[in-house]
Design a protein around this ligand. Structure first.
Ligand code: UD1
Length: 342
């Protein structure tokens, strides 16, 4: 299939591009490189043995997106481009609505110009909010507790309206749990700018000596060991879920929503221990107060994706740690530091 991938240079997008190419799809990446490195592209080309089609554009630029649609004429779009820091979304909600919602509006309008009717959207488990029950299934009420989560829910609602407006449209929204790890080559991975907000990149940066210790945000939760429990999913499993979602779009003209997680909760301490054992490196920790807005625990009911997409995660906690460490140890300073030194 001819697929336009927005945000294809980002963490999840770059891994999905590899899986899409591996499955024989034709890919055009549209990325503004606002939160990703152009150096990802060379790595992807080396890994795939293909010359990639890449256009540097912001999805909010409607005229540019019209031009991209008219020249590339994709059969489907996978929409990763967006911002994902909860703290930043609280500090600047208008920015988050502009990029995440406005970007999708511009993209959908440009798609309509060429009658492109299929889209896979990067949503988040954050749309559920405080659990009324666990595991979350897709029917769990949605009540996101921060602006970032609300932008994801607004886009899901927009997509629900969008399919109803013209015959033949199909949407698959994937609600990601906690993506971690990297491609097993260690050539691409997660490269957050500044201090990482998320657990795995923080652990990896401590392990490689970039930061002195991991701060554990709270050890007094009602979980097995008092630390927060999450459903971590290997980014290559998540990437493969997009290939399955793309194929699924052909099966119906409607909106489908899937949780993408493993269904298994891992605590912060368990993650630290697994990483230390896998990498053979000590990760010093310090306990601090709970982080505002954090939930004690959540994990997915992933049965729907298994039953309807035929997709199942195949990598375990060891693979997640091994591949996160492989990426970080080969690229201690991330993409840009590595290339500048070369
Ligand atoms: C966070 C976002 C979520 C977003 C996701 C993107 C919040 C409240 N939620 O999810 O909306 O979709 O990132 O990937 O920010 N932890 C530490 N020390 C750290 C970092 C994290 O102890 O330095 C703990 C957290 O308290 C939590 C667990 O590790 O218990 C996972 O945290 P994180 O990786 O930030 O993911 P979420 O908070 O689940």
């Amino acid at each position: 299939m001819r697929v336009l991938v927005t945000g294809g240079a980002g963490y999840i997008g770059s891994h999905a591009v590899l899986s899409l190419l591996g499955a024989g799809h034709d890919v055009l990446i549209v990325d503004s490189f606002a939160t990703s490195s152009p150096r990802v592209i060379k790595r992807l080309e080396a890994l795939s043995g293909r010359v990639l089609h890449v256009i540097e554009r912001d999805v909010r630029d409607y005229e540019a997106m019209r031009g991209v649609m008219a020249s590339w004429v994709p059969e489907a779009v996978i929409h990763f481009a967006g911002l994902k820091s909860v703290a930043e979304s609280v500090a600047d909600p208008a920015l988050y609505y502009d990029v995440n919602v406005g970007g999708t509006v511009s993209l959908l309008r440009a798609m309509a110009e060429i009658d492109c009717s299929k889209i896979v959207f990067s949503s988040s488990a954050t749309v559920y909010g405080t659990p009324e029950y666990l595991p979350y299934d897709e029917a769990h009420p949605t009540n996101p507790v921060n602006p970032y989560g609300r932008t994801k829910l607004v886009v899901e609602q927009l997509l629900g309206d969008w399919i109803g407006a013209r015959e033949g449209r199909a949407v698959t929204a994937l609600r990601y749990f906690n993506p971690v790890g990297a491609h097993p080559s260690g050539e691409i991975g997660e490269d957050p700018s500044g201090v990482p907000n998320n657990l795995m990149p923080y652990i990896a940066q401590v392990a490689v000596g970039r930061r002195p210790h991991l701060t554990i945000f709270g050890d007094d939760y009602e979980t097995r060991d008092g630390t927060g429990e999450r459903d971590y999913i290997h980014v290559m499993d998540l990437a493969e879920a997009h290939v399955a979602a793309l194929m699924h779009l052909a099966t119906g003209e409607r909106m489908q929503i899937f949780n993408v997680g493993t269904g298994q909760g891992i605590t912060v301490r368990e993650m630290v221990r697994a990483f230390e054992e896998t990498a053979g490196v000590r990760v010093p920790t310090e306990i601090a107060a709970r982080r505002a807005g954090d939930l004690p625990r959540f994990f997915a009911d992933a049965a729907r994706a298994r039953d309807m997409l035929g997709w199942m995660p195949s990598r375990d906690l060891h693979d997640m740690c091994l591949d996160a460490w492989g990426w970080q140890s080969r690229n201690p300073g991330g993409y840009d530091a590595q290339e500048d030194a070369a």
